[in-house]
Design a protein around this ligand. Structure first.
Ligand code: NAD
Length: 406
């Protein structure tokens, strides 16, 4: 279970019968995906589809392709989606798919056939608007295009498609823009200072990290450090993150190490980045990077969880004691799922959406949600994480009660 209902009971009312419904997924399925390769060899992969809650709308959640996928992981990720969508008030429930399959090890034909077999199991639910999949680790627009094709080219059944077949202008930068928006609101309303000149360090320079750094720099913040798995750079005057992102994109994506010698700043390790003396620290790479081992050394005044789960529970307790605020992942990185909502709505109505409209929807929903979360956290004297979970849970409880007429 993702939520700590016992802690949440102190700030909101949780009816016992609704708690029982939400403590486990509404539906979970395990099946084999069996595919024959070009040499005639049969391969069999475990697959899981979990719908945690359908109370607020169709289950929304990506398809993870990885050999580490398990039913338990899929359950947790589906539950997270229930609360992430509820917090920013999207008309979705929470779901997730996982296929125990390494896409880097197989041919294009095998990969495509894996997705086609997957669609056979979920097509009734997709057609009935019960589940709306999207990309997750290991899958992307190509795989979503296969689903679109298998579902008779219906754009509303899947999000994260290529733009030319109903995908969303602005989706690439959506999550980073949302993180930058949440950070801006945190700087203004929690740190009570101007964005201009606020120092920021970002771990991760992939999709989320590079766009977050770029938007924050455009807003006037001083992005003094960035790092990825290969190491990073520091400049007290602020890095030229736009030039760094463009240099990487020009190489078709790159590791920061490959930018050595371009004059982008002093070399920096990941450990140093996490404990730097900056105003805002943004972990935008992977989970469990701020832990019980390094939280004591964190000097930032505000942490923004751009990645999923970068701060462990033991670190959370240390940061709270030190008075360091954490904007939780379900709020900070919700720009991605808000973008998916805009794409789904566009698919349903046949509307035309431009990138600036996608970003303005993200800005509106995240700004509103930040205000609600800060207000509740202040009222109840609790963390931003617990307040965000409380608001999301309250939405889901209300919808569950009304759905079942209790
Ligand atoms: P990505 O693969 O584009 O980039 C990941 C970046 O993290 C890379 O720069 C990589 O070098 C770096 N990295 C990986 N492991 C690292 C480590 N141990 N130390 C330092 N750097 C490391 O991925 P992304 O799409 O940017 O996603 C980043 C995070 O944001 C993930 O946790 C993901 O689940 C989450 N997220 C992404 C989206 C989205 O729309 N892409 C939406 C919501 C949440």
């Amino acid at each position: 279970m993702v939520l700590n209902f016992d802690a949440l009971e102190k700030i909101i009312d949780i009816p016992a019968e609704v708690r029982k419904v939400l403590e486990r997924p509404e539906k979970e399925t395990r099946f084999n995906i069996n595919v024959v390769d070009e040499a005639g060899k049969l391969h069999s992969f475990d697959a899981y589809v979990v719908y945690h809650s359908l109370s607020r709308g169709p289950a929304k959640g990506g398809i993870r392709l990885s050999t580490t996928v398990t039913l338990e992981e899929t359950q947790v990720l589906a539950e997270l989606m229930t609360y992430k969508t509820a917090l920013v008030k999207l008309p979705f429930g929470g779901g997730k798919s996982g296929i125990c399959f390494d896409p880097t090890k197989y041919s294009r034909v095998v990969k495509e056939n894996v997705i086609r077999e997957y669609v056979k199991y979920v097509q009734k639910d997709l057609a009935a608007d019960l589940y709306v999949p999207a990309p997750d680790m290991g899958s992307g627009p190509k795989e979503m295009a296969v689903i679109y094709r298998e579902m008779n080219n219906r754009p509303e059944v899947v999000t994260g498609k290529p733009v030319s077949i109903g995908g969303l202008p602005g989706r690439t930068e959506a999550t980073g823009f949302g993180v930058a928006t949440a950070t801006r609101e945190g700087i203004k309303n929690i740190l009570k200072r101007e964005v201009a000149g606020t120092t920021v360090a970002v771990q991760g320079f992939g999709n989320v990290g590079s766009w977050t750094a770029r938007f924050l720099a455009e807003m006037g913040a001083k992005v003094v450090a960035v790092a990825d798995i290969s190491g990073g750079y520091y400049s007290s005057a602020g890095l030229d993150v736009l030039a760094m992102q463009e240099a990487c994109l020009a190489k078709g994506g790159c590791l920061l190490k490959e930018l050595e010698g371009h004059g982008f700043g002093q070399p920096l390790t990941n450990d140093d980045l996490l404990t730097m003396d900056v105003d805002v620290l943004i972990p935008a790479a992977c989970e469990n990077v701020i832990t019980g081992d390094n939280a004591e050394d964190v000097k930032a005044k505000l942490i923004v969880e751009a990645a999923n789960g970068p701060v462990t529970p033991s670190a959370d307790a240390i940061l709270a004691r030190k008075g360091i605020h954490v904007i939780p992942d379900i709020l900070a990185n919700s720009g991605g799922v808000i973008g998916s909502y805009v794409e789904w709505r566009k698919g349903k109505t046949g509307g035309i959406v431009e990138a600036h409209q996608t970003l303005s929807t993200i800005e509106r929903l995240i700004t509103g949600s930040m205000e609600d979360v800060i207000t509740l956290a202040t009222e109840k004297n609790t963390s931003l994480r617990l307040a965000a979970q409380g608001i999301a849970l309250k939405e889901v409880i209300q919808a569950t009660k009304e759905r079942f007429g209790i």
